[in-house]
Design a protein around this ligand. Structure first.
Ligand code: SF4
Length: 290
């Protein structure tokens, strides 16, 4: 089984088998991200991918869930993704879930017909980085995506029946743009209506452009209180059914479950945390590398 460099997979995919399909991220410019900095984006040879799938079959008698790594596998040609999906399904008839990373822009650049082919071949879910719904913040973090492009990509994925888990980042607007960040993100989420969401507290990664901005004072990190107030606003104003993965290790409060069912409980937990005397108006939230 061949994996190159540092490997990332979303934490809900902890028990999935990882198949390296691409190397790195085709965008690789977001100021807060160091996931694939050391890798040049590339596509793995299909024969090598097949070899790994066959080797996995020899090693394991039962695998139901696969995750295609690295970064946005959805950026590559549909034909190649189809070959990988078909090989997995043919080799593992018990497989009922195949997921990958995508950007909303990757959905946008494919036709709905292509996305439907991927869905029919076994692709069940895509993990998509929304980061923020605020146009200014998206520009500042160099996401190269507008809210309108996110909407267009989301509509195509929905039409094709591919589920989306959208992740976004508490504190990405810093201390000065916390309010705009969460208001615009919540507004956009209410349009996108992802089937699952994963809000994560901002972690300033060593070696990133964001870290330089923090050091120079250009970016002032949000306080723990602001992060909690962002989460409170989100919970109060989201109005669609979704699964809430608010249990990332960096989050101030750990929340996980069906949003409609647990909304009141989640809100109570966030409100209690806000009342905690340790949550003062100045302290920055300490986080760990993603
Ligand atoms: S946040 Fe996502 S799109 Fe941006 S550089 Fe990192 S992996 Fe690539």
């Amino acid at each position: 089984m061949e994996y190159e460099g540092k490997i990332y997979r979303p934490w809900p995919e902890a028990s999935s088998f990882l198949i390296q399909t691409t190397y790195g991220c085709s965008h690789n410019k977001c100021t807060f991200c160091d996931m694939f900095r050391e890798k040049k984006f590339g596509i793995r040879k299909v024969e090598d991918i097949y070899q790994d799938i066959e080797e996995a079959r020899r090693m394991y008698s039962h695998i139901e869930s696969f995750f295609l790594i690295d970064g946005n596998v959805m950026a590559i040609k549909t034909d190649l993704i189809l070959k990988v999906l078909q090989k997995i399904k043919a080799t593992f008839p018990e497989c009922n879930k195949i997921s990958l990373y995508s950007q909303y822009n990757d959905f946008r650049r494919k036709s709905v017909e292509d996305l439907k082919l991927l869905k029919e071949a076994g692709l069940t879910m895509a993990y998509v980085g929304l980061e923020s719904g605020d146009r200014q913040i998206l520009e500042e973090v160099k996401k190269s995506m507008t809210p309108e492009q996110a909407i267009e990509g989301a509509e195509k994925a929905k039409e094709a029946g591919i589920k989306v888990l959208a992740s976004f980042v508490f504190g990405l607007g810093g201390r000065d743009r916390s309010k705009e960040h969460i208001e615009e993100t919540t507004k956009l989420l209410n349009i996108l209506k992802p089937e699952e969401i994963a809000p994560m507290a901002l972690a300033v990664q060593p070696g990133t452009e964001l870290e330089e901005q923090v050091k120079s004072g250009k970016f002032v990190q949000a306080t723990r209180l602001q992060m909690l107030e962002e989460e409170k606003y989100l919970l109060e104003n989201m109005d669609f059914d979704t699964f809430y993965w608010g249990d990332h290790g960096n989050n101030v409060v750990s929340l996980k479950g069906d949003f409609r069912k647990y909304k009141k409980q989640f809100l109570g937990m966030v409100e209690n945390a806000i009342k905690n005397p340790d949550i003062n108006k100045e302290s920055v939230h300490e986080t760990f590398s993603w």
